[in-house]
Every structure is written in structure tokens, then in C-alpha cells.
Ligand binder design. Structure first.
Ligand code: GLP
Length: 251
């Protein structure tokens, strides 16, 4: 695992965006695994800027998003489909047929998860998977549990996740309680993984995930078993690593 320290959120976003840009430049038809949440917003902003400058091109790439809230349609402003459109896809030259996100509006959970597993197989698997990390160590929406979940599945969100994500919902809007998410096996099948973390609120869980026991109780800890993981985090999120004397590079 490679740990890269950035001084703040903007620097973390630029460093992580550089890794995604390099992937696209070296392999224009890459399959990018994308994530939502507040952490990747700066990365998407940076990628849009480089696209406008003519430095990167999305024409040949495909994307596979990690997850979607069950029960939300793609035109719902709280859906991850909407998030991806407004934060990235509307601003770059990606082909809409190459965009893949679980369909939260499909009430047939088993059918939707099976369809999404097929989609991931059909695109040939993920070249580079971007991940954030939840406060309880979740990746995608793989919540702490007794076993590592495998492929795409429907999950009941932990109350702490519902509470954390409530900040994106307005008064009177109900925060969804279920989601469709790629499983741990789907995530671990990606050829490269890029995990980002920002802020002191992530310091404990990031350290536990990367340096603690590998356990379904901390889903991100499974990443210790992947052979090509890069973690880009800001100083605040890396505080525990430095205190423990773990070597962190600045580039
Ligand atoms: C959600 C998403 C995750 C994301 C997490 C952390 O639960 N499903 O993919 O990593 O939020 O979000 P944030 O970056 O806002 O802390």
C-alpha cells in the first residue's frame, strides 16, 4: 500500500486527480470506478478543469459507480446518479452509454444487483476504483458486519451512515434507509484502488482500516489484502499514522 500525504483538501484532490488523469492518458478506454460523498468533489472539479484545458479526454472511457440509494430515481436531486451528472458527467465528454450506476428506481433488488454484476463483467472489470471511507469504515455502502459481502447487493444502511448522509437532505426529505452497492469482492477485483480521506473526523477510522486487524467490522480493512492500493489523504486524516511513526510520502 502506498500512502501519500497532502497538506489540505485541495492538495489531496489534485494529487488524487493526477492519478486518475494518468490512468486516462495511459489507457484512454479505462474503466473508472467512481465514488460519491463530499470527499471526491474536488477531484471531479480538477478533472473538469484539465478536460477543459485539453489535457484529458473521457470519450473512450467507461465508468462504474459504486452505489446508489434504493428507491431514488436518477432525476431525484439526492440520488448518486444526479450527483455524478452535476459534479462530473455534465461537464466532460463522456458518452452516456458508457456511464453505469445501479438503478435505485428498480424495486426488484435481486434483479438489479444481478444486472449490475453483469454490467461490471461486460465492461471487463474496473481498472481504477476511487473510494472514500465512511466514519464506520464502510466503502461503497458495505457496512460493518459479520462477513465481507461479495458482489452487488442491497444493504440496510447503518444508523450512523443515515445520520452522516442526512446533511445532504433538506428539511422534510427522508434519508433513504437502503442502497444497492458493489460488494467487497467487486471492489477487490479492481486492478488498482485509490482511497481518499480528508479531515480529522476520518483520522481514527483511516488508521484502523489501514493498520488494524482485517475484519468485516471495519470493511475498508480488507484493502490491506489488495496488491495495488494508493491512499491519498490530507494531514488531518493522517494524524494517527504520523503519531504511530508510519512512513508517509508526500508524493
Ligand atoms: C457515502 C458513500 C461512500 C462514501 C461515504 C463517505 O456513504 N456511499 O462511497 O465514501 O459516504 O462520504 P464523505 O466523503 O462525504 O465522508
Amino acid at each position: 500500500m502506498k500512502l501519500i500525504k497532502a497538506k489540505d483538501y485541495d492538495s489531496m484532490s489534485r494529487k488524487a486527480a493526477n492519478i486518475i488523469a494518468a490512468q486516462l492518458i495511459l489507457k484512454p478506454d479505462s474503466v473508472l470506478g467512481l465514488a460519491t460523498g463530499s470527499s471526491p468533489v474536488g477531484i471531479y472539479r480538477q478533472l473538469i478543469e484539465w478536460y477543459r484545458d485539453g489535457d484529458i479526454d473521457f470519450a473512450a472511457c467507461s465508468t462504474v459507480n459504486l452505489d446508489e440509494y434504493a428507491g431514488l430515481t436518477a432525476d431525484n436531486k439526492q440520488s448518486y446518479a444526479w450527483f455524478m451528472q452535476t459534479n462530473l458527467f455534465d461537464h466532460v465528454n463522456i458518452t452516456s452509454k458508457n456511464i453505469n450506476i445501479p438503478n435505485g428506481a428498480n424495486p426488484d433488488a435481486d434483479g438489479e444487483c444481478a444486472r449490475y454484476n453483469q454490467v461490471i463483467g461486460d465492461v471487463g472489470g474496473v481498472d481504477l476504483q476511487l473510494l472514500g471511507i465512511g466514519h464506520n469504515g464502510h466503502i461503497g455502502f458495505n457496512e460493518p458486519g459479520d462477513a465481507f459481502e461479495k458482489d452487488t447487493h442491497c444493504v440496510a444502511l447503518a444508523q450512523s451512515t443515515i445520520d452522516a448522509n442526512a446533511r445532504f437532505f433538506g428539511p422534510g426529505e427522508t434519508v433513504p434507509t437502503h442502497a444497492y452497492t458493489m460488494g467487497i469482492r467487486s471492489i477487490m477485483s479492481a486492478r488498482k484502488i485509490l482511497l481518499i480521506a480528508t479531515g480529522e473526523a476520518k483520522a481514527d477510522i483511516l488508521y484502523k482500516a489501514m493498520c488494524g486487524s482485517i475484519t468485516p467490522a471495519v470493511p475498508a480493512s480488507v484493502l490491506q489484502l489488495h496488491s495495488d492500493v494508493t491512499v491519498v489523504a490530507d494531514q488531518a486524516a493522517l494524524a494517527k499514522f504520523e503519531a504511530a511513526g508510519v512512513k508517509v510520502s508526500s508524493h
